[in-house]
Design a binder for this molecule. Structure first.
Ligand code: A5P
Length: 233
């Protein structure tokens, strides 16, 4: 069993009868979703689930998990998902899989956010390994790109690979600008992420982005490393 599977299975233990549960997207969350499905089958676990993306919905349906739309639930008891980077203050970068807009709806609406990662996702500060993905309306790519540049970011339009020519198109029909901000790897504070979070939210043409900072107070991080699971509460 690898670290991703270990944290996925550990997270699934926290699911209880009667809960409304948010299902995450990505290779780590896939282990969680499969284990939840197993518990529904084998233990007759009775829960309601909400998906974070089209990819997650496909997996959940294939596993026999009935889904509700996020619009059909007032709150979620628990949302479990992976992340690309986790800072010491539990700030996150998400969206390698282009699902961060749907994922943020669940992060916003949950009482508890369980972040499941392997040790390689832990960073001293955000932005050293991953860009911040910014979902933009197709007709606003240039405008949003200029807005991000004015905030000090360099952007690259995320391109599809394999089965499609041209850019990645999100579940919502939008495009992704991957934004990097000047960040001194050897020290220095780097960008003011909280200010960037708010500024990106306010740019015309931006639908959402992969900075998840405001959910830290309700987040617990499960880190799979060294054959065990470490909890960052
Ligand atoms: C999906 O868009 C992402 O936010 C994922 O949750 C994140 O990239 C983690 O994915 P992995 O578990 O595959 O690393």
């Amino acid at each position: 069993m690898d670290d991703k599977q270990r944290v996925g299975l550990e997270a699934a233990k926290q699911v209880q009868d009667g809960m409304v549960v948010g299902l995450g997207t990505g290779s780590t969350a896939t282990h969680f979703v499969r284990e939840v499905a197993r518990r529904i089958r084998d233990e007759k676990l009775s829960i309601r689930c909400v998906s974070s993306s089209f990819a997650c919905s496909l997996l959940a349906r294939a596993e026999g998990i009935p889904l509700l739309s996020v619009d059909q639930v007032a709150r979620l008891d628990l949302y479990v998902d992976g992340a690309d980077e986790v800072a010491p203050d539990k700030g996150l970068i998400k969206g390698r899989g282009a699902a961060m807009v749907g994922e943020k709806l669940l992060a916003e609406g949950c009482d508890r956010f369980l972040v499941i990662v392997d040790g390689g996702k832990l960073v001293n500060k955000l932005g050293l390994k991953f860009p911040v993905p910014v979902e933009v309306l197709p007709e606003a790519v240039q405008l949003a790109g200029r807005g991000i540049a004015a905030l000090g970011g360099k952007t690259a339009l995320r391109m599809a690979s394999g089965g499609k020519d041209g850019p990645v198109v999100t579940d919502h029909g939008n495009l992704i600008l991957d934004a990097t901000f000047a960040n001194d790897a050897k020290g220095g504070a780097g960008p003011d992420w909280k200010a960037l979070d708010a500024a990106l939210d306010g740019l015309p043409g931006v639908v959402g982005h992969g900075l998840f900072l405001r959910y830290a107070p309700k987040s617990t991080v499960l880190v799979g490393e060294g054959g065990g699971v470490r909890v960052i509460a």
